[in-house]
Structure formats: C-alpha cells, structure tokens
Write a new protein. Sequence first.
Length: 245
Amino acid sequence: MSEPVNTVLVIDDEPKIRRFLRAGFELHGYAVVEAEAGEAGLKAAMFDAPDLIILDLGLPDIAGDEVLERLRGWSNTPVIMLSIEADEAEKVRLLRGGADDYVVKPFGIAELLARGEAALRRYFKSRTGTPVVTAGDLSIDLVARSVTVGDSRIKLTRKEYRLLHVLATHVGLVVTHDQLLREVWSGRQRDNVQYLRILVRKLRQKIEADPDRPRLLVTESGVGYRLQADAAPPLAARLPSVSDS
C-alpha cells in the first residue's frame, strides 16, 4: 500500500536540472513528475494534479511566463519560477503574473525545498484558513499529508487521501459527485459513481468511529459528500460513565 505524498511537477528542458530536482525532492518524500517543454507541462498539470509546480522561464516551445499565464487561467497550484536572470523587474513581473516565488539558477536544493514548503503552507491556508483542517477528532495536515484521529495516525492510500484532501479543502461544503470524480480519477473511472461510493466506504472505515453511521464524511443524497466541520463526538463518548455519576 503506497502512502500519500506531495507531488511536484518539474517543467524544465535541461535533463541535468530535472535529475537534480527529482533526486532532491524524492529524498524528502515527494513524488516527481517531469516535463521538458511548456505544452507537455500544461498537460501534466491537468492530468497529474500536482501540489507544486517548478517552472523554468526558458522553455523550447513556449516561454515560461506564457505557461504561467495559461496555468493561472484554471489552476491555483503554487508555482515557483526558475531562471538564470536575477533582474528585479523580471521577478516583479512574474510575481504579479501569478508566480508564488522566483529562484535564480544556480540554487541549492535545501533552499528550493524550503520555498516549496512555504508556498504550500500559504496555498492551503488561503483555501482553508489553516494548513491543518479539523473535523471533530479528525485532523488533516495538508502540507505534511498526515491524517490523525484523536492521537492515532491513520494510513491512507493515495486515492483515499486524495478524496479526503478535496473534501478538506472544502470543509463544511458539499462537493458534488462529478467534482470528486474529476479530482480523484482520470480516464474511464471519472464517469463511474460506483468507484466513488466504494472509495468513500473504505475511507469511512478508517476515519469513522461507526462507518455505518458516519458523522464526519456525510452523504448529501443525490448530490455528493461533505466533510462535517463541527461533527459531534460519538454518542458513546458523550454518555457519562458509571464513575462520573
């Protein structure tokens, strides 16, 4: 069973840079997707749903700033620009154009990792108010990708975590079947609600005290699912014990 990890998309035409970044990010627990040109990077951003994008400014087919502009037309995924230019005006232009950070080559992997983690924290905080989402005794750290119920850490598969991640970034709101299928699957499975029902059942078995009477992952009949932000504790936990009376 593979545990969930953050996915980084590296869009750079230099094989040495891609190998360097892959080694550094994988060493620190990230999954890495590579693209050597802008169009390929845009496709990867759509189909691989990365959590962070490292984008080189100088690409062989379309410029990195155009890739950024097109990304920002439909995606808020954090983007860190790479460039050999240290020009301040260029940095300001790209940051105003939607980049989250700008790193000048050459650079150290520790610096890039730190900037990536900071960009992820800002991104998740902007969407949820905090990078850690809680629902009852369930806690989801969106940056570390760790899930706990009470004091116990829960192991999830990548798809289970992806489902929970989407619900957590819309905590308290209903997320439709169609949106969940688009976010969690690609290909034929995107049209099959039964896949979603099965995954919801498996996730409930790991996060709910009573999976048959869910209080955290709630069904909105005929519409979708909702992560209940103010879920009450299980009834057994609220009843006084003999020693309390």
